[in-house]
Design a protein around this ligand. Sequence first.
Ligand code: AMP
Ligand code: MG
Length: 356
Amino acid sequence: MKKTIISDMTEGIDPAGIELGGKILREGGLVAFPTETVYGLGGNALDADASRKIYEAKGRPSDNPLIVHICEISALEKITESVPETARRLADAFWPGPMTLIFRKSDAVPDSTTGGLDTVAVRFPDHPAALALIRAAGGYVAAPSANTSGRPSPTQASHVWEDLQGKIDMIIDGGEVGIGIESTIVDLTEETPVILRPGYITREMLEKTIGHVEMDRSLISDDSAVRPRAPGMKYRHYAPQAPLLIVEGDETAVRERIRALVREAAAQGKRAGVIATDESADCYGEGIVRSAGTRADEATVAAHLYAILREFDSLGVDVIYSEAFDTAGIGQAVMNRLMKAAGHRVIDAGKEASED
Ligand code: AMP
Ligand code: MG
């Protein structure tokens, strides 16, 4: 077991903590840090051994490539083969920010960082502690989400501690993150830009800057045989310990069905968790009810979803029912994560229970 140091930066950057974190990273160690999306588990992206340590600490399959975090756009030159014009425009519009771009990689990036691919994913995060740490580390920090592989991504330092204490050298505590779900991933290595993972930056936002953008077929197809182009998207992810079922349909029908399901669970001696909204939370008498946020602004749901899934784990509920969310704007990213967490189990509230 390693001793995991915690550096408190909830009130602002602590220069001594950043210096220590930078030194640990330069020497090949691992430091978890806050970003505006979720907490990342950082290692030196140009050091093959450091990347291998990241996979080991997370229990992450080694074919699931890491995102390289940079703190200035000029850092692209060293790690990519070339920077297409679309990338320059997107970087100008959305970096620093919750968008990851995929490029052809240069030889400076070891295969262990990219899971053996000849492409590299790069992000310039918008968080002062992250940027200071990346700079102190030498400019290139590989950082997947700082959770044990398969668990919900961490949105506060205590989640990182829960999963990785004793396995990593340091955690920088920056308090709760703002966005709460991972970055939008855009592949720029083919002629047409393709979204491989939806996030806070939506297709509409990207298209305003660079014109037509496609969605990876696996994101829009119901056929589970369609393989996602982002290797990590094929894995079960974000999953709570209890089975999670999503109930979709007309608002009133959804509420009635969840109430019935919670009662049924209780009759079998099971404790049910309910993922509700500010609008609906009061209508569920039974069950352990948590509001993820308001339907008027689904970014609030994105911000709380993972913490609620983790809370249900720690409460040891037997089953979780979640309302479905609209898929406009950031709602698409929310439903993408929720569907993965649920293993795509959806109940249609409009149909009789016996048909489920
Ligand atoms: P995480 O860092 O945990 O948010 O996961 C990173 C995501 O980025 C995973 O889904 C990876 O499969 C994806 N990714 C990273 N690098 C590449 C790449 N070169 N090509 C396609 N997807 C990538
Ligand atoms: Mg992850």
